[in-house]
Design a protein around this ligand. Structure first.
Ligand code: AMP
Ligand code: ZN
Ligand code: FE
Ligand code: FE
Length: 288
């Protein structure tokens, strides 16, 4: 029997992925995934469409989103899984994060102009299919404008951390990000912890700090995690009695080496992971 696999971390055109929510779900069904979480950055605008497609293609959809917070070592990301429907507080919170994005996008464009790479906001909007706009759209606009050949070059030369047109995001404390998602009734996971360039052991310290604010799980399985990274995450989770999550962080063409469900080829996220997350929600009396 083939293993029953899932993917709990994906992006659509509603943020910086290249597949619409429907296309994404269709591809997940094609890849024989049993469940898929759509976790766009700072928006839940794609979830209804994904759920409809989930009915059509007979695949379980988990309503999610991904938000970023600041740390001394750069951004830390959190996934909210089973985010609620029609929740004003969540909508307002995410709208504020998108406003902050828009201010930052303008600041990045100002910096690009001063180094001889002017871009209009319209050309950036033209690269976006949704309401959450960020650096990947700026990178695409730079390719279209002929300033660079590949999106990667934009991050490497201009808008990546410490590059001339880089602008950090406005501070959101990890504690506040986790607490907000937790208060909404979401299951909160620390996304791709091992992508942080921080002193060894700092992720474990952060996990200990965030546990009281409602952190539920650690994304041990991720396209960019090595087997050693996975073991490290599994170990922290065990020490802090946290659950595990896993996903590809699929973005479609925007990160073409990462494939739905399997990441760079070796990723396998078992449905057993999902069952444990659901069991915890049931224990807490939360819907899933
Ligand atoms: P932002 O949220 O606007 O800061 O943009 C961050 C997004 O850019 C994340 O979703 C990353 O996955 C994506 N990203 C980071 N580096 C690259 C890269 N070299 N090529 C394409 N996308 C990238
Ligand atoms: Zn992204
Ligand atoms: Fe992320
Ligand atoms: Fe992501």
């Amino acid at each position: 029997m083939r293993p029953k696999l899932i993917d709990l971390h994906t992006h659509s055109t509603v943020s910086d992925g290249s597949d619409s929510p429907t296309e994404l779900v269709r591809k997940a069904a094609e890849a024989n995934l049993m469940a898929l979480a759509l976790t766009d950055h700072d928006t839940i605008a794609g979830l209804e469409e994904a759920e409809e497609a989930g009915h059509h293609y007979n695949i379980e959809i988990i309503r999610g989103c991904e938000i970023s917070a600041s740390s001394p070592y750069g951004e830390v990301h959190f996934l909210g899984l089973w985010v609620p429907k029609k929740c004003n507080e969540l909508e307002t919170f995410l709208a504020r994060l998108r406003d902050i994005r828009n201010i930052r996008n303008n600041q990045i464009l100002e910096k690009l102009a001063t180094i001889g790479r002017p871009l209009s906001l319209e050309t950036v909007f033209a690269e976006s299919g949704g309401e959450s706009i960020g650096r990947p759209h700026i990178a695409k606009a730079m390719v279209r404008q002929g300033y660079i050949e590949h999106m990667d070059d934009a991050f490497r030369l201009y808008i990546g951390k410490d590059k001339p047109a880089f602008v950090p995001k406005v501070d959101l404390r990890p504690e506040d990000a986790v607490q907000m998602l937790h208060n909404m009734g979401a299951t909160v996971a620390f996304a791709h912890p091992m992508l942080l360039r921080c002193p060894k052991g700092w992720q474990a310290e952060l996990v200990a700090r965030l546990r009281p604010y409602g952190l539920d799980a650690i994304e041990a399985y991720h396209s960019e995690h090595s087997a050693v990274d996975e073991r490290y995450c599994v170990d922290i989770a065990a020490r802090h009695q946290l659950l595990l999550t896993g996903g590809s962080d699929y973005h479609g063409k925007s990160k073409s080496r990462i494939r739905l469900g399997v990441g760079k080829g070796g990723l396998r996220v078992s449905v057993a992971i999902l069952e444990k997350l659901k069991a915890q929600r049931r224990e807490k009396g939360l819907l899933c």
